[in-house]
Design a protein around this ligand. Structure first.
Ligand code: GDP
Ligand code: MG
Length: 439
């Protein structure tokens, strides 16, 4: 019976629009401005907006969402795709060593990134050797040696009188002889692209035949990132990039430029001066950051997880039996959220009284729940009682989600309470809506 009411309410809320030229004009302008403000290269902006608009036309608009908002969601999805969809890990070859050549202008963070990568690899149980070929700046070799000491990673160097190509060659040979998994060759840069630097880099590449050539790009470079990438890719050939200084206030549009121009993935971002400040690059996070439209995106996401009524029925059955678990809980609450106008829907259901403050609170609570549930194992999600019994599990979930043990305890208790309520609902009583009451 509840399912029927749900269905009726849902149909009322359902929009019938399609995305058309006329209903997305303002959204296109908004997107263009967002991309430019994020410092995406002008030419790249043009290409991308054109490409995406064409794709979006005719798309059906999801319930409860305006066509222009839906368009922004399409843009977001396309940006994610353009930037490679998923994180691309570093190359790893057999026989070892995997050879990584670092490229980029001076001051972009090559030397720092080399050390960061070595540390990252160690966490993956991959040993590393750092090779110092920047013989032009007196302090450059020392800098790498110091970083190496700091993280206990060996550094190969032949002083500042040696030939960079020779240093690279011997460094790789040493890594091979010592059975080291990965060798990271740090190189010199100039303040601007110059032919000597490019020629030297090309010679090093020719000599050591790297498996990865990573272009290190300062995210603060903005528009210039595009030209830089083009030059390095044409003259050297890159296999990926590291975007540094993402801890600054840049929106990271360089990521889109680098990817669009080279076709190669961004693999990591640098988020600080410390050696630990390296993160894998995630296209989704970057797309949100570039668009800088958190609110709009959330709204559209919610609406787009379209409710599947067959699913709802199945869920209903589960709820009424004792089998309701955390997975169902997540699904259920997401489904509720997905109904664009959550409040409007609730008001159509008999016996429901909610105000905006309650709705807002429910949203916040829902986020907390989702974070904690995401830190549970599959087994724990399916058998919430497991967690209640084990302080170790609680602690792990708390740590993983950034909440406290008490929060986890409360979640489990609330969940158990809710399950009871839902079972009562099965017997004809009306409980709080899930995601509303104690959460
Ligand atoms: P290189 O000339 O390309 O080798 O650049 P360096 O590795 O020497 O870095 C140049 C400067 O940028 C140093 O002061 C670094 O501490 C700083 N740096 C490098 N990566 C990052 C980063 O991700 N964030 C911030 N804030 N600073 C960085
Ligand atoms: Mg350097």
């Amino acid at each position: 019976e509840i399912t029927e009411k749900f269905e009726a309410a849902w149909k009322k809320l359902r929009g019938q629009d399609k995305i058309s030229d006329s209903n997305i004009q303002s959204a296109i302008r908004e997107v263009r401005r967002a991309l430019l403000e994020a410092d995406v290269n002008l030419q790249v902006v043009k290409e991308v907006v054109e490409q995406i608009s064409k794709k979006a036309l005719g798309t059906e608009v999801v319930a409860g969402v305006r066509p222009d908002q839906q368009f922004i969601k399409v843009v977001y999805d396309e940006l994610v795709k353009l930037m490679g969809e998923a994180n691309q890990p570093l190359a790893e070859v057999e026989p070892t060593p995997t050879i990584i050549l670092m490229a980029g202008l001076q001051g972009t963070g090559k030397t720092t990134a080399s050390a960061k990568l070595a540390l990252h690899l160690r966490k993956l149980d991959r040993s590393a050797l750092l090779v110092a070929t920047d013989v032009y700046r007196p302090a450059a070799i020392d800098q790498l040696v110091t970083l190496g000491k700091q993280i206990d990673i060996p550094v190969f160097e032949l002083g500042s009188d040696a030939d960079p190509v020779e240093i690279a060659r011997q460094g790789v040979a040493q890594a091979r002889a010592q059975g080291i998994n990965t060798v990271i060759v740090d190189t010199a840069g100039r303040l601007q692209i110059d032919q000597n630097m490019m020629a030297e880099l090309a010679r090093i590449k020719q000599e050591i035949q790297p498996n990865e050539v990573l272009l290190v790009v300062d995210a603060m470079t903005g528009q210039e990132a595009a030209n830089l990438t083009r030059t390095f890719h044409e003259q050297i050939g890159i296999t990926g990039a590291i975007l540094t200084k993402m801890d600054g206030d840049t929106r990271g549009g360089a990521a889109l430029s680098v990817r669009q121009i080279s076709g190669q993935p961004i693999k990591f971002i640098g988020v600080g001066e410390k050696v630990e400040a390296l993160q894998p690059f995630y296209p989704e996070r970057m797309a949100s950051r570039i668009l800088g439209m958190g609110d709009v995106l959330t709204l559209v996401e919610k609406a787009q997880e379209e409710i599947n009524l067959a699913d709802a029925e199945k869920l209903q059955e589960k709820i009424l039996s004792a089998k309701f678990d955390f997975d169902d809980f997540l699904k259920n609450t997401r489904m509720m959220k997905s109904m664009g106008s959550f409040g409007g829907l609730l008001k159509m259901l008999p016996g429901m009284k909610v105000n905006d403050a309650q709705l807002q609170q429910a949203e916040v609570q829902l986020k907390r729940c989702e974070a904690m549930i995401s830190s549970m194992t599959k087994q724990e999600r399916q058998d919430p009682d497991l967690i209640g019994k084990s302080p170790g599990r609680k602690q792990r979930i708390a740590k993983g989600s950034g909440y406290t043990n008490q929060d986890v305890t409360k979640l489990v208790a609330d969940f158990q309470k809710m399950r009871t309520l839902m079972q009562q609902m099965g017997q004809g009583k009306m409980p709080n809506m899930p995601g509303m009451g104690g959460f």
